[in-house]
Write a protein that binds this ligand. Sequence first.
Ligand code: AP5
Length: 214
Amino acid sequence: MKIIFLGAPGAGKGTQAKILEKKYNALQVSTGDILRKSIEEKTPLGLKAKEFMDQGKLVTDDLIIGLIKDKFTSKDFPENWIMDGFPRTVAQAEAFDDLLASINLELDCVIEVDVNRDVLVKRLTGRRVCKKCQAPYHVNFNPPKKEGVCDYCGDNNIYQRSDDTEEVVVNRLKVYDDQTAPLIEYYSSKKLLHKIDGDLPLEEVSKKIELLFQ
Ligand code: AP5
């Protein structure tokens, strides 16, 4: 499995990537999760990224492309992977194409999770995330099975992301329209794009995605 999840903030990329990761023993590569961890650990990357993320802006392409190159060229990088939140600009997509070609890998497909704008805002402002494994939940649509406890790792530190406030969410959606939405055409023209209706209930979205792998 070598796939990319594409979609606006809150579309459900992370939710569906986590489900596939478990089912197919693939690695979820979430650039957002990597950056948040770097911020927490106060690494040089984290210190540079924080200012952009707090405002809902994209971190610069050179930092992100460098991060992805390091991952893909590391010795223990697995055969099966799911990109969640990368690429986010045409420059990142082109650099990723070059990287994959240089190591003789090919993308299987790109899954675009398409969700209505008003739904996205509700999903993001009600989202809660496991601090330890980053599994996403929602106070109404997708609470953990046991209150306050992560279904995936059993940890009990479930928190609200600092960029999930209404003000930052509005900016993140604008950034998506300006800088990431052009990737829909980019991958469509390469005949790699599959559009999924992400407005459906979570389990229904999973079933539609599953059909792509049968
Ligand atoms: P990142 O962490 O990637 O955030 P994002 O793309 O904004 O996406 P989200 O994680 O917000 O949404 P999601 O689609 O994963 O939704 P989720 O599954 O959680 O990036 C954060 C920041 O990092 C960026 O702003 C940028 O600064 C930086 N960054 C990251 N990557 C970068 C890159 N490549 N280049 C430059 N900068 C980068 O679901 C949302 C909610 O909805 C949850 O509560 C969930 O439970 C619920 N839900 C999911 N599916 C359903 C459903 N079908 N029905 C009902 N509820 C649902």
